[in-house]
Ligand binder design. Sequence first.
Ligand SMILES: *Cc1c(COP(=O)(O)O)cnc(C)c1O
Length: 362
Amino acid sequence: MKTAQTEGAGSNRRRMIDLRSDTVTKPSAGMRRAMAEAEVGDDVYGEDPTVEALQSKAATLLGKEAGLFLPTGTQSNLVALMTHCQRGEEYIAGAGSHIFHDEAAGAAVLGSISPVGLPLDGKGALTLEAVAGAIKADDPHYAVSRLVCLENTCGGRVQDQDNLDAIADLAHARGLSVHMDGARLMNAAVASDCPPADLVRKADTVSLCLSKGLGTPVGSVLCGPRDFIKRALRARKILGGGMRQAGVLAACGLYALEHNIARMAEDHRRATRMAEGLAQFPALKVIHDPDHTNMLFVAPREEDHDALLTHLAKEGIVFGSQKPSIRLVTHLDITDEDVETIISTVGDYYARSRQNLAAAGS
Ligand SMILES: *Cc1c(COP(=O)(O)O)cnc(C)c1O
C-alpha cells in the first residue's frame, strides 16, 4: 500500500524544504499517471467526461447540486461574485479575507461590484454584529447589499461553525446570499472530523481549491444550485476560463479528492509537532492554537528575523516572511524528517547566536 509519505515525497527529488505555502506541492507519480490517462473531450462543448466526473464528485462532497471546474481559486471566487451580484451591488467580506484583500479587486475591476470590508477578529471570524450593521437598507442612496462572503479555514484556522451558521441565517433572513471561500475547506473538515457538506450546509455556494493542501498543480471547483452553476458558466466564459480538453487537469483534482483528503491529518499533526518543537526557543514566539490546521506562525525578535531566515535558507529551508511574523505551512511534500530538520536547524541558529553573544560579552 502506498503511504502518504511516498505519495508526496517519492515523486520528486527534493532540493529544499519549502514551507511558504501548501501551493508548492508537485504532482505525485500517481497523480501524474491519472492525468496522462484521463479520458478527455472539449469541455466548452460539455463533452469532457473527466471534468464532468470531477464537478459531480465535488458537488456531492459539498452537498450541492452542481459544480464548475475553474483554473484558479481567484477565478472561482470572481465567477461566484459576478454570478451572485449585478453591477452596482455589493458584497460583504472580512477586510483581511482573501476574496476582499488578495484578489486584486477583481470584483470591482471586472464586475462593477462594490466590496465592503469588515474587521475580522483574531481568529479570522466576521462577527454577527458587524455583518448585521453592514447590511444596507433599501434606499436609493445606497448600493444593494447582495452577498456575504465567508472563509474557512481563515489564516489556517477552523472557523467556529455556530458563528458561520448564525451569519448565514442572518444574511438569508435579510435577503442576501452566502458564498463560502473554502479554498482550504477540506483542512477544516479533516481537523474537525466533520463531513465537508455539513460545514457548508448554510452556504449557497462554495469554492474549493484543489491546488492547496489537496496537492494538484491547478484547479478549483465552484459548487452550488444547478441554476446558479448554469449562470456561472457564462461568467467563466467572460473571464476566459472555458477550457477545452481540461480533463487532463480535472483528472488530478479527481485523484486528489480520492486520495489526498484524509491524509491532511498528517499535515496538521506535523504542524503541531513543529509548533511544539519550536516553542522550546524562548526568543521565538510561536502562534499555533488548537484551531490551527496546517499553518503556524512564528515571530522572531526583530534583530533575528532576517538572520534566521538567511540561516535556514542556507540549509535549504524556506518560510514565508511577512514581518513581523513568519508563516510555516505543512503539506504533502513535507515529511516527519523535514519537521525534525527544521526544528534542529532553528536550534542551531539560536545556539550560534548565544555563542556570539557570549563571545561579544567576554
Ligand atoms: C489560495 C486562495 C484563494 C485563491 O486561489 P488561487 O488558486 O491562488 O487563485 C482564494 N481564497 C483563499 C482563502 C485562498 O487561500
